[in-house]
Design a binder for this molecule. Structure first.
Ligand SMILES: Cc1ncc(COP(=O)(O)O)c(C=O)c1O
Length: 473
């Protein structure tokens, strides 16, 4: 409860009343638009041609010198949101996120109302404690007894933070004086996310300093190839410094062998990172936790809660095994900002960002509501759905299952048909949003079972729809 306010003069009172009326009006509009979106999202909107731009004809108004009346703006907004595909609908299967967790959404909708910035306790108050609690819980689940973490805008940036710290540890002058070792070399599998290579370009070691380790037929990093590449690089005078193991690859959903890679990292004295953007939440499932067994051996882990855990975008953390590293590598003195409280309660001293939105509250509220048990049930359900889909596909003579899925991505082809063409036709006809990717040497449709609100009948419907469209090509 807020303390009672001192009495205020009439003018101030009137201004506050007007402000609060405006907020009420906006909240009513929010509620009405949210209702409309939810009632229509199960049908994909007609696909528009992006080259037409945001034409005045379509939206009704355009940005101008003078501005517009609120009702005109609301109408334009209404038109915009109702012609935007919603990732919560039954026909959205295109990404590694989908569906809607209403409780997490509630907290997310309150986030901009408070509009906290998470750099200091003075500004964000108890939200900082919420963030610490959530990060602490994630770190403990990963097996880090004295770990730490920070929220970042997405898994790519989480991987970037890990790579910066690993680079600085390998080349201790890098943070202050710039890179002295031009030969730092990183290792990641040919199935890993593109952010590893992109980040190598960003941290000054160069994209060509990333070695692509081959994978077996199930998409797991090949350890012999990893060792061979490290050996070759050492012989050539390079300095291996970083191995990325992927827990849940982007296309196949495969899990690299964590314990074996950790053993290589230890014997070669390399930083080991786990990119668990997709798969880290299996830590919450007794049935599937074995996939990431040995997570506590890694130096850092990327964990997205906006994929398997269904929290609204973005909700990504980077977790570090050793407390203190984030501050060592990211703290700067800013006397205008970090003025009060112990730095433990000023998360800006451990962040790659300055101003930072609050991504923790929505996860905290969702975790309060679901508990570990709810998440375990959710994750098991996603795996069961994927298993069901794989069974249906394997039994269908018109379809070829790429491999039996290790987690929630089911890759398959329609015999004799182009996956790209099928996905494009489904999208252009506003039937389904579903993607394709290179899987085990060919281009496969990727059915991501990340929305636990979908049932087996939805999987049947999606497969039938894909076959119907394929038959027309
Ligand atoms: C394995 C993996 N790592 C990292 C990312 C990047 O995560 P984000 O989209 O949150 O930046 C993805 C995205 O799909 C991913 O699949």
């Amino acid at each position: 409860m807020r303390d009672e306010q001192p009495t205020v003069d009439h003018g101030v009172h009137q201004r506050r009343q007007a402000q609060s009326k405006k907020t009420e009006e906006i909240l009513e509009i929010l509620s009405s638009l949210a209702h409309e979106i939810c009632s229509q999202e199960h049908q994909l909107p007609r696909r528009i041609d992006p080259t037409e731009g945001l034409s005045r004809d379509r939206i009704g108004v355009s940005i101008s010198d003078e501005g517009h009346e609120l009702d005109q703006v609301v109408e334009a907004l209404r038109h915009l949101v109702l012609t935007t595909p919603s990732s919560a609908g039954d026909n959205f299967l295109n990404q590694l996120f989908g569906g809607r967790d209403p409780v997490a959404t509630l907290a997310e909708m309150l986030t901009p109302i408070l509009n906290s910035s998470m750099y200091t306790f003075k500004v964000a108050g108890p939200q900082v404690l919420v963030e610490l609690e959530v990060l602490n819980r994630m770190a403990k689940k990963a097996g880090y007894q004295d770990g730490e973490g920070t929220f970042v805008p997405g898994g790519s940036i989480a991987n970037l933070v890990a790579m910066i710290i690993a680079r600085n540890q390998a080349d201790p002058g890098a943070r202050d004086k710039g890179i002295s070792c031009k030969q730092l070399t990183a290792y990641t599998s040919d199935q890993s996310h593109y952010s590893i290579k992109k980040n190598a370009g960003l941290i000054g070691i160069g994209r060509d300093s990333v070695r692509t380790v081959s994978t077996d037929t199930r998409g797991h990093m090949d350890l012999e190839d990893l060792l061979r590449l490290i050996r070759c690089d050492r012989e050539a005078g390079r300095q291996p410094f970083f191995i990325n193991a992927t827990a849940g690859t982007t296309v196949l959903g495969a899990f690299d062998p964590i314990q074996e890679i950790a053993a290589v990292a230890q014997s070669e004295n390399l930083w080991m990172h786990i990119d668990g953007a997709l798969g880290a939440p299996v830590l919450l499932s007794e049935r599937h936790r074995h996939l990431i067994e040995g997570s506590e051996l890694a130096d850092s882990i990327t964990w997205n809660a906006h994929k398997m855990m269904g929290v609204p975008l973005s909700c990504s953390a980077i977790l570090l095994k050793r407390r203190g590293l984030l501050s060592t590598h990211f703290n700067e003195s800013a006397t205008y900002l970090f003025q009060a409280n112990d730095d433990e309660f000023n998360p800006g001293t451990r962040s790659i960002q300055c101003g930072r939105r609050n991504d923790a509250m929505k996860l905290w509220v969702a975790w309060l509501f679901h508990g570990d048990a709810g998440y375990q049930e959710r994750i098991n359900r996603l795996f069961d759905l994927a298993d069901y889909a794989a069974g249906k596909i394997a039994d269908d003579p018109d379809l070829t299952l790429t491999i039996h899925p290790e987690s929630i991505n089911v890759c398959f082809e329609v015999r004799g048909q182009s996956s790209a063409m099928i996905c494009e036709t489904l999208d252009s006809q506003s039937r389904l949003k579903i993607g394709f990717g290179d899987a085990c040497g060919s281009s496969a449709i990727r059915l991501v079972c990340v929305n636990p609100d979908l049932g087996e009948e939805d999987i049947d419907r999606v497969i039938a729809e894909i076959k119907t469209v394929a038959a027309t090509l």
